[in-house]
Design a protein around this ligand. Structure first.
Ligand SMILES: [Zn+2]
Length: 101
């Protein structure tokens, strides 16, 4: 079998993620560029660049310019920890447990 390339982006660094429990039946591969995963037992339209739908093919440039979905919001400024509310029994003799702001 030829050295696999990514069906989606044609990258040639492919990692093996899983092997079938019964040895030699299938392997799950993952592209090191676009992270597309496929099992070698899937049909050619999912496993081979030549048969992969043109609509879903990507170039390295498209991957680099792809937006994050969903968009990741900017990191919020760190806030100081809330001041712990002190609880105290209040004036002598009061037992209602009212809050004292
Ligand atoms: Zn890829």
């Amino acid at each position: 079998m030829a050295v696999p390339i990514c069906p989606r982006c044609a990258h040639d660094v492919i990692e093996s993620l899983f092997l079938s429990p019964v040895p030699g039946v299938w392997e799950v591969l993952q592209c090191g560029c676009c992270h597309y995963c496929w099992r070698t037992s899937e049909p050619p339209r999912r496993t081979q660049r030549d048969f992969y739908p043109d609509t879903f093919k990507m170039t390295a440039e498209e991957i680099g310019n792809a937006p994050s979905v969903p968009a990741v919001p900017p990191v919020r400024a760190a806030r100081s920890a809330p001041t712990p509310r002190l609880t105290h029994p209040g004036p002598a003799g009061q037992t209602t447990g009212d809050r004292h702001e």
